[in-house]
Design a protein around this ligand. Structure first.
Ligand SMILES: Nc1ncnc2c1ncn2[C@@H]1O[C@H](COP(=O)(O)OP(=O)(O)OP(=O)(O)O)[C@@H](O)[C@H]1O
Ligand SMILES: [Mg+2]
Length: 325
């Protein structure tokens, strides 16, 4: 039984438009011109308990809209959603107790309260017992180092500090599901690393299902086995990141050889090119593995040096965003 299940899920926004200036304003009373935006269209999605999926797509693809429907903030225009057996919009409060959310673009903490007080409030809201609370804060602190700014009001925190708090807040009650919408936006590499470690730990140790939206391919590579790619509201890919990358790019093995190359590997889906005295072999991992290829090369030739060039995932994703699948 999937913990998150969406069927034909859709969301259409109506955007009212009017002409500029006073005439436009007056006309606006008489006629309402609007345009419809299909933010999410016919989305089918099933996520199993304990999975960590990357939810990616270009700006405006409909990722945040999906997360808002799954959290119950937005009501779908069509289709069905079931999250841990509930309709998230109709049972919004019950659903809220059962999930954690981070919207990287906004804070959910109390602006004027010291971090310590914010967490005490969260403890009460989510009914976390006192001992669990103490234990979890200690555990979270080891990875996120919250104590550095424990007494500061939230509004005085730096972006990275705030985000570490948001993450801790989302996981405090060990909910079965956490939605993270751009949790690493604007953070430096060291903070990103901490946040990734934390998400991984929570997912593995507590079997918390995580849906992660990000534009940082490093997050995805580090954390997610499965990705779902959204393009203009529609799901265009659902599967392993590796498979997607392998389908779209070739890897290259570059060799410095003592003797002239004379491979006969073309039959096996391998191209070879001679560039500036170096031999470049272009191959696809779905057809031949790097180790198999290397073994064959070493059997036949005296290799002085070699270099394996992996596909650039960033480029693959950019290509898919630009051209679709
Ligand atoms: N409240 C709203 N009213 C009208 N249109 C909206 C609203 N929220 C989102 N949209 C539109 O729906 C589409 C999808 O937006 P959404 O925020 O889900 O994209 P996203 O994939 O999260 O993009 P980003 O990567 O930029 O965060 C966009 O065209 C956006 O303008
Ligand atoms: Mg968004």
């Amino acid at each position: 039984m999937p913990i998150i299940k969406a069927e034909n899920l859709s969301k259409t926004f109506r955007i009212y438009q009017r002409e500029e200036g006073i005439t436009g304003y007056l006309k606006g009373f008489l006629t309402r011109d609007y345009r419809e935006v299909d933010a999410v269209e016919d989305l089918d999605l099933e996520i199993e308990r304990g999975e960590m999926i990357g939810y990616i797509g270009a700006n405006g693809a409909g990722k945040s809209t999906t997360v808002k429907m799954l959290t119950g903030i937005l009501e779908p225009s069509g289709g069905r959603i079931e999250v841990d057996g509930r309709n998230p919009h109709r049972e919004r409060k019950k659903n809220a107790m059962n999930i954690g959310v981070v919207f990287g673009q906004k804070t959910q903490l109390w602006w004027d309260l010291p971090v310590r007080e914010s967490f005490k409030l969260l403890r009460q809201i989510y009914e976390v017992d006192e001992d669990d609370f103490e234990e979890r804060i200690e555990e979270f602190d080891e990875v996120l180092q919250l104590k550095e700014f424990w007494e500061q009001p939230v509004r005085k925190l730096s972006l990275g500090q705030k985000m570490r708090c948001e993450l801790a807040a989302a996981f405090l009650h060990h909910p079965p599901i956490v939605y993270l919408d751009e949790p690493t936006i604007g953070l430096d590499v060291a903070v990103k690393e901490r946040i990734r470690d934390f998400i991984r730990k929570m997912n593995r140790e507590n079997n918390i299902t995580v849906m992660l939206t990000t534009h940082d391919i490093g997050d995805i590579e580090d954390l997610c086995d499965r990705i779902v790619v959204l393009d203009e509201g529609r799901k265009i890919y659902d599967g392993e990141l590796d498979t997607l990358v392998n389908r779209f790019t070739s890897r290259r093995l570059i060799l410095d050889l003592k003797s002239e190359p004379n491979f006969h590997l073309e039959k096996e889906g391998v191209d070879e090119i001679d560039i500036d005295g170096r031999t470049e072999i272009v191959f696809n991992r779905e057809k031949i593995s790097a180790s198999d290829l290397m073994k064959r090369v070493l059997e036949r030739y005296d290799v002085i040096d070699f270099e394996l060039r992996e596909p650039n995932i960033e480029q693959v994703v950019k290509k898919i965003y630009n051209e679709g699948l």
